[in-house]
Design a protein around this ligand. Structure first.
Ligand code: SAM
Length: 300
């Protein structure tokens, strides 16, 4: 099945899940800077729906005009507008198709939309995602930090004491941590991270992604603090911070001698062979040695 057929079928499946005769709520991602990242399907859907619910209609006007989208738009900000959520749900139930967009990137990711999507699902309205840019995913994909497991933490608390406490609760987390941060707080935030996570912990500053002054810098937290402190330009624009997870603390399941033997073998051999040989030398089970070897490699 070609991609466009698959996507049409998906939309059809979505529609069948919903109320008969009801409209579809499309959750549409928009670029995070570079307009070239607007996906064609997003343009088609924004052109064809009855209404666009935008975080800020004035902000989105440029994007919409760039792609000749003349669909009427209203502002939607779910934090303070339960009444508007109800109005939109009524229109969806009445058969209108509505596209939800935010100022940039994927709606609901540190952006409005959650209430509307939840209400739509509760009322049986089909909700269809139209994926595209998202700053945290873009930053992670180019960061060089482990990406097999990660945790998006959103914006840290702005006040120093609350931020430090909040970061402390994350200090032992072994997944890669991802944060959004305002430019005027980035230095204070990095300083707090260096204090709580340690100056040696690897981290990435991903700034102005997809734009002219895109900067992606991987360095220990102590160095990143200096980099940002000494260059005021690094305290401008839009910023994602990523921090490597804490090293996996494995209990001494193998014993000191088995770990010593395995560490030596892993310098010369692939994990599987090291585990086989290690089992013969130490008498410890091959599987346990293999697991230990895997943990060592992923922590490097
Ligand atoms: N919904 C958006 C997304 O999908 O990424 C995020 C919206 S949130 C209100 C805005 C924050 O996202 C910014 O303060 C910054 O931390 C991050 N961000 C957005 N665009 C970015 C970019 N081009 N480069 C780096 N960070 C960006």
């Amino acid at each position: 099945m070609n991609d466009s057929l698959a996507s049409n079928n998906r939309e059809l499946d979505g529609a069948l899940d919903g109320i008969e005769g009801g409209g579809v709520l499309y959750v549409v991602a928009t670029p995070i800077g570079n307009l070239g990242d607007m996906v064609p399907r997003a343009v088609e859907i924004l052109q064809s729906v009855n209404l666009i619910a935008a975080e800020d209609t004035r902000h989105s006007a440029r994007l919409l005009s760039q792609f000749s989208i003349t669909t009427p738009a209203i502002s939607y900000h779910d934090h303070n507008d339960a009444h508007k959520t109800d109005q939109l749900i009524e229109r969806l139930l009445g058969g209108d198709n509505i596209a939800l967009i935010s100022d940039a990137g994927t709606p609901l990711v540190s952006d409005p939309g959650f209430r509307l999507v939840r209400a739509a699902r509760q009322r049986g309205v089909s909700v269809v995602p139209v994926p595209g840019a998202c700053a945290l995913v873009a930053a992670l994909s180019a960061s060089g930090l482990p990406s097999d497991r990660f945790s998006f933490e959103g914006f840290p608390p702005p006040k120093a004491q609350a931020r430090e406490q909040w970061l402390s609760a994350l200090a032992q987390e072994t997944q890669t941590l991802i944060f959004y941060e305002a430019p005027h707080r980035v230095l204070a935030c990095l300083e707090a991270m260096a204090k709580v996570f340690g100056e040696e912990r690897s981290a990435v500053l991903a700034r102005e992604l997809t734009k002219t002054f895109e900067t992606i810098r991987l360095a220990p937290l102590g160095e990143l603090v200096e980099f940002v402190r000494q260059d005021a330009n690094q305290q401008r624009g839009e910023i994602v911070l990523l921090v490597a997870g804490a090293p996996v603390r494995h209990e001494r399941v193998l014993g000191v001698e088995a770990e010593r033997v395995m560490a030596l073998l892993l310098e010369e051999l692939p994990i599987k062979q090291a585990a086989t040989l290690g089992a013969k030398i130490t008498g410890v089970k091959k599987n346990a040695l293999y697991q230990w070897g895997l943990e060592q490699k992923s922590a490097q």
